[in-house]
Design a protein around this ligand. Structure first.
Ligand SMILES: Nc1ncnc2c1ncn2[C@@H]1O[C@H](COP(=O)(O)OP(=O)(O)OP(=O)(O)O)[C@@H](O)[C@H]1O
Length: 290
């Protein structure tokens, strides 16, 4: 199975200020993750655990001044030296063409005053894609009338599918989808997840960032799962193993919070990632509640 992207021992510290005092957000600590051809890798964890920042290393969009150690290889290219330089020419070659992004908020990723079809055409031309707008629409199961529509005329599900179509305009081999189902109901979310699954089945490597564990389970969409807590990967493995036999207390807590498992809300609050103590663990958060 070909490796499409590999993150190894990645630590990210984002400069920020708390009460006027300069400090760092511990967004990622010693993170390793592998994206392989033909597979959907789900990255799950509560809000603020560092999932989006980690994903932005694949597109070179880290916050300015982020301190980086570790290694990121995309499509065989070691992009580590370019991680802090969003305008580095390597990102112009990779963004959209090798790494396609499905935005967190699909609706706002389109210009409101232009039709979906014209924006897809523009993306294809800008990225030198060889698929036509109709082909993209076909892959994303967008009806023909949706191409002539303005973004606000489409339902959430259709905008979600249009966002997947846009991400595919440059025929990327890696697709990063950051909460692509965030504002969708269960059926519509399922349609978007199915599209991403189709892309993996056609050979792409998909990084699917979500806190919707129920949606992942319903569609059996993921092959691999990494669970992130406070900037660290606390569990990784094949989806069946992680869901059926979770090793980490945090994974068990996420699963117990699902309605089907009794809706046991994850106890306590996620830690702030500023001035995070070294080696902070979920077990410390819940104390004797486990
Ligand atoms: N530009 C930035 N400057 C300072 N801190 C940032 C910046 N971007 C993200 N962070 C911080 O990095 C940490 C991780 O954020 P991130 O968005 O990656 O979490 P997440 O797991 O994706 O959560 P969500 O699902 O809410 O997006 C948070 O503490 C966030 O406040």
């Amino acid at each position: 199975m070909a490796t499409r992207a590999e993150v190894t021992g990645l630590t990210l510290r984002i400069p920020t200020r708390v009460a006027g005092r300069p400090t760092f957000v511990h967004a990622a600590t010693d993170v390793s993750i592998t994206l392989a051809a033909g597979r959907v890798h789900a990255l799950v964890g509560e809000s603020g655990s560092g999932k989006s920042v980690l994903a932005s290393t694949l597109t070179g969009l880290l916050p300015p001044g982020t301190r980086v150690s570790g290694r990121v290889v995309v499509d065989g290219i070691d992009v580590t030296p370019a991680l802090g330089t969003p305008r580095h020419r390597i990102w112009g070659l990779l963004r959209g063409r090798v790494v396609g992004s499905v935005a967190q908020s699909a609706a706002t990723s389109f210009t409101p005053t232009r039709t979906i079809g014209s924006q897809l055409l523009e993306a294809i031309e800008a990225l030198g894609g060889t698929r036509s707008v109709d082909e993209l629409a076909d892959i994303a199961r967008l009806p023909a009338w949706a191409l002539a529509a303005y973004p606000h005329e489409l339902s959430g599900g259709l905008v979600g599918r249009a966002a997947v179509a846009a991400a595919l305009a440059g025929q990327p081999s890696i697709i990063v989808a950051d909460e692509p189902t965030a504002s969708l109901d269960r059926d519509l979310a399922g349609q978007v997840l199915d599209l991403l699954r189709d892309q993996a089945d056609a050979g792409a490597s998909v990084l699917l960032i979500t806190h919707d564990v129920a949606g992942l389970l319903d569609r059996a969409v993921a092959d691999d799962v990494s669970v992130m807590y406070a900037g660290r990967i606390v569990e990784r493995g094949g989806a069946a193993q992680v869901w059926d036999d979770p090793r980490a207390a945090y994974t068990r807590a996420l699963l117990a919070a699902l309605p089907r498992n009794g809706l046991h809300v994850v106890p306590g609050d996620p830690p702030a990632l500023t001035d995070l103590a070294e080696g902070v663990r979920f077990e410390d958060r819940v104390g004797g509640a486990l």
